[in-house]
Design a protein around this ligand. Sequence first.
Ligand SMILES: Nc1ncnc2c1ncn2[C@@H]1O[C@H](COP(=O)(O)OP(=O)(O)OP(=O)(O)O)[C@@H](O)[C@H]1O
Ligand SMILES: [Mg+2]
Length: 461
Amino acid sequence: MTLLVIALFIINTYVYSNLRQRYIEEIKNNFTTQAQILSNRVLLAVNEFDNTIDKLTVSQIIEQIGHLIEGRVLIIDSSKIVIFDSFHILNDEKIDIYEVDRAIRGENISNIYELNIHGKAMYISVPIMQGDRIHGAVLISTSMDGVYKSIENVQKMLFAISLITLLLVTMLSVFFANFISKPIKELTIAMKRTARGVLNEKIEITANDEIGQLAHAYNFMNTKLSHIEKQRREFVANVSHELKTPLASIKILAESLIGDKKSNIDTHREFLIDINSEMDRLNNIVNELLVLVDLDEAKLELKLKSYSLNRVVDKVVATILPLAEKRNIKVRVEHKDNVQIVIDQGKIHQALINIIHNAEKYTEQSGCINIKICYKNKYATIEIRDSGIGIPKASLPYIFDRFYRVNSDRARKTGGTGIGLSIAHRIVSLHQGKIEVISEINKGTTFTIELPIDPRQYCVT
Ligand SMILES: Nc1ncnc2c1ncn2[C@@H]1O[C@H](COP(=O)(O)OP(=O)(O)OP(=O)(O)O)[C@@H](O)[C@H]1O
Ligand SMILES: [Mg+2]
């Protein structure tokens, strides 16, 4: 804005002074020409013998052309005596002014003066010359008030135009500032609020331009952030809850031990065994949490290599077998196909342990577990079927959620924390595979894992 005012000021001053100069110059030239014409005519009145100027002839000449000149005309002879004054005031008087003095020396001259009564006036004087001989001078004086008035009007007009331009520019910039910077300001405020932790706040999108797209992206980011924040809160709440239960048990057992002075060593031993198993539970939870965090962080870092899936399953079964045998559960592995597959072996091993361990954990004594490995199109399938307690239909959609357990009491007996399946699900998803489950209460559950033979051909996210 300041720049504009400066620019307008410079333009105004330049245009005004240029215009004024040209205008005055033109008037000067005009009057000089008129004076010269008059001077040439007056030459006719010069007496050839004594070089005097005949007054009568001059009067006649001026009568003929004087009306063409807008001003006072004076004809002066070489001794500066006024021969003719169109105002009839200075006739026969000696005139001593600068312009006449110079004209008598052969110069064309003009000057503008500020006169007390008449205002601004221009004096133009030219010599009456024939060859080298100077017979006198013509002096024209004309008022410049009208001229200066016109120039002043032009100046006023220029000022008015500048003012209107300034006003228009100001209005336009205010309009554009509102139009462009208002949404940016709103967005900045919203972003600052987000940075301060105020989530789930949306910006109203009115424009469809780049700023509108930015607001869209911001809203999308905000929704994602609040979703992540919600998950984080739930996760922390769940973890705290899970850790609190065994800690509370340990505290009660420890307090009983401290307060108990009568019981014998065997009872103490029993208490310590309970404390120990609660500690194991805590340890288990922490380990599983660490695996989960690991999986979240190492999202894209699957160490993919070609492995025999049959071998991986055999290894998992070998670790579960002692537990199963203890409870007289039969484990049968059916290698329908020899499946060579590209996987992160460590992670798939972990996923299979979680699912096969569940099959063992949630199967009553003398039950059975059947595992089948086969090809299905471009996928490898591992089916884990148990004859266990089953999962109620209502719980099926939630069993892959973190910390979800069908029945907390039932699970507590078996020592679960509800993380195992969510880990398995995440690992299989990372491999672009999927897990399906069908179950019937008291009949058994079947988990089916489908893994692509080579997940590298899919977009790994
Ligand atoms: N084969 C199964 N038969 C019956 N119920 C099952 C079976 N597998 C899982 N469930 C149910 O699904 C719930 C979630 O399983 P998940 O493996 O995630 O947790 P968990 O076994 O309780 O604890 P952990 O985190 O130690 O594995 C279990 O609590 C259990 O109720
Ligand atoms: Mg489990």
